[in-house]
Design a protein around this ligand. Structure first.
Ligand code: COA
Length: 237
């Protein structure tokens, strides 16, 4: 459990951003919204992450987390913990309760810097490669902060990709950080499909490594077709 908790005076669940984008089955422009993930959709959200994110995100897909029962159970528990912090966000299309996309956001606190230990060695590899970059970046010291907003998974349902949903899920962090009193958000973006939207909304490169360098450090992600893995930061005034 984290030592950070959402300010009780802040309405929850709350809508952070509304935007217009192409509909799913026509070229009509329709309204979408990014809002806090409600309690009664946490199970659906985790199922979405297991079905889509763990397969399609290059690092998780490469080490086969979607077919590793131990990793599936451990990720499930981690996402349940994350959802309890009440900062995870979901995107819905107007008039529909279908999950369009998700960002499993979490607030990381200086006071909680304990090691994450998993039984699944594949999950441990993903986690250690991420945590290793975070340690290298010295985020708390560099920005003089006690807490920052991070994430364990950005995912858009395959049929909704390429219409700006990923970008808006990331943009929603701006009003959210302001409301929560957080000034920094940091995330590992593993491929151009998320690095491009992140740069568009104001994230900049904190640490850039190649998958080859990760391999030299013992973190093997076979078959990933991309060159760069980026820890990216956005400062929210
Ligand atoms: C990454 C993901 C969330 C992006 O969602 P999305 O709604 O399709 O994102 P957007 O439409 O806002 O933007 C995607 C941008 O990346 C670009 N892009 C996507 N894949 C790309 C690739 N392989 N190479 C170069 N650019 C790519 C798109 O062209 C688009 O840029 P543009 O608007 O300038 O054309 C979605 O593809 C996904 O769920 N992927 C699987 C899980 C994953 O990888 N998550 C991110 C982990 S950090």
């Amino acid at each position: 459990m984290s030592s950070w908790s959402r300010p009780s005076e802040l309405e929850w669940p709350r809508v952070w951003i509304r935007f217009r984008a192409r509909d799913v089955d026509s070229d009509r422009m329709v309204e979408y919204r990014v809002q806090d993930l409600p309690e009664d959709r946490v199970r659906d959200a985790i199922d979405h992450m297991k079905e889509h994110f763990l397969r399609d995100e290059p690092m998780c897909g490469s080490v086969g987390l979607y077919k590793d029962p131990v990793a599936l159970e451990e990720f499930d528990l981690m996402w349940q913990d994350i959802a309890r912090q009440q900062v995870a966000v979901v995107c819905f299309r107007e008039g529909s309760d279908e999950i369009v996309g998700l960002n499993m956001l979490t607030v990381v606190s200086k006071a909680d810097s304990k090691e994450l230990k998993f039984k699944s060695s594949a999950l441990q590899t993903v986690c250690d490669s991420y945590i290793g970059l975070l340690k290298q970046a010295h985020i708390f010291e560099k920005y003089g902060i006690e807490n920052y907003l991070s994430a364990w998974g950005l995912s858009v349902s395959p049929k909704y990709r390429g219409r700006g949903v990923g970008t808006e899920l990331l943009r929603a962090r701006i009003p959210m950080c302001r409301a929560l009193g957080l000034t920094v958000t940091v995330t590992l973006f593993s491929n151009p499909g998320s690095q491009i939207p992140a740069a568009k909304v104001g994230f900049y490169d904190e640490i850039v490594v190649t998958y080859k360098q990760l391999e030299e450090q013992g973190y093997l992600f076979p078959g990933v077709p991309y060159e760069l893995n980026k820890l990216m930061t956005m400062v929210v005034e």
